[in-house]
Unconditional design. Structure first.
Length: 299
């Protein structure tokens, strides 16, 4: 295997996970993207970043996108090189919109784009390797495959995913709190209990099934389908503002949930102009992307 192309470029969608009852399993991709371009060079790797993370994220071989790129080349049996990389980042870091999954998938897709035989890195292999970087597959699956997905880990440790039917016209709103409010997945997981009451587990089983029906074209089921007892309430202490916004929106009849580990709030509906203006006055950014059905794409 050899590096056959002088450059490669990729766009990777932002994603959400959990979506209420689908804890660590449900995910969805949005038409809101990070874009990365790379070219092999003789010399030391250098990364330039525009947008989110500019001046903060590593600009050398420790950058997550570069590490994933190198992992992809190793998996394909291709040689390594130095890299000149430019990242245009839009997905908030630590915001619950899959930024780390996007970075891992971007690097692996760039490896594919540089190879003489792109089939050496099929989607399933990219999904597997990216899950290794991410630790769990719920954000990785929609980033790779697009649409709505359910993902899980087999008993032997193999990550798996399957598409869920989704009405691509479903309105989606992402409410991003002020940039000073960020929470790592590790911090969010620390507050979760090791076990939950059986009644709560049964509650979430039914709500997850309802959510699958709702996404496939039953918007009347979205409020019931986004109820949760496994993770959101336990995170109230570390996500007070996000939980307050979620509670307020649900009281108004909007199917709102915490996106991933937060603090972004996902609303599976379009909100009134007045509601959007109120949030924006309090420093929240309101995004209204569509649902991405393609996943990561070389461009």
């Amino acid at each position: 295997m050899r590096l056959a192309n002088e450059r490669a470029a990729v766009r990777v969608p932002a994603t959400t996970a959990n979506m209420g009852p689908g804890f660590d399993s449900f995910g969805m991709a949005f038409t809101y993207y990070d874009e990365v371009e790379v070219r092999p060079i003789v010399g030391v790797t250098n990364v330039t970043v525009e947008g989110v993370g500019e001046g903060v994220v590593p600009t050398d071989d420790s950058n997550l996108v570069v590490r994933a790129l190198r992992a992809g080349l190793d998996a394909a049996g291709a040689p390594q090189a130095g890299f000149e990389m430019h990242c245009v980042n839009r997905i908030p870091h630590g915001g619950g919109m899959g930024s780390s999954a996007s970075a891992a998938v971007a690097g692996l897709m760039l490896a594919r784009g540089l190879l003489s035989d792109p089939e050496a890195l099929p989607d399933e292999e990219i999904f597997r390797i990216a899950t290794g970087f991410e630790g769990h597959p719920d954000n990785v699956a929609p980033a790779v495959f697009g649409g709505a997905t359910v993902a899980w880990i087999e008993a032997d440790g193999t990550p798996r995913s399957a598409p869920m039917p989704v009405d691509a016209t479903l309105a989606v709103s992402l409410l991003v709190p002020p940039s000073t409010t960020r929470l790592s997945t590790e911090e969010a997981r620390k507050v979760l209990p090791d076990s939950v009451p059986r009644a709560d587990a049964l509650f979430n089983t039914s709500r997850a099934a309802i959510l699958m029906l709702a996404l496939a074209g039953r918007p009347d089921l979205l409020m019931a389908g986004t109820e949760d007892r496994l993770h959101q309430e336990y995170r109230r202490g570390v996500l007070p503002a996000s939980m307050a916004v979620m509670d307020s929106l649900r009281e108004q009849g909007y199917p709102a949930v915490i996106s991933g580990a937060g603090p972004t709030v996902l609303v599976l509906a379009d909100m009134s102009q007045q509601t959007r203006f109120t949030l924006e006055r309090h420093g929240w950014t309101v995004l209204r992307p569509g649902i991405d059905l393609s996943g990561a794409q070389l461009v």
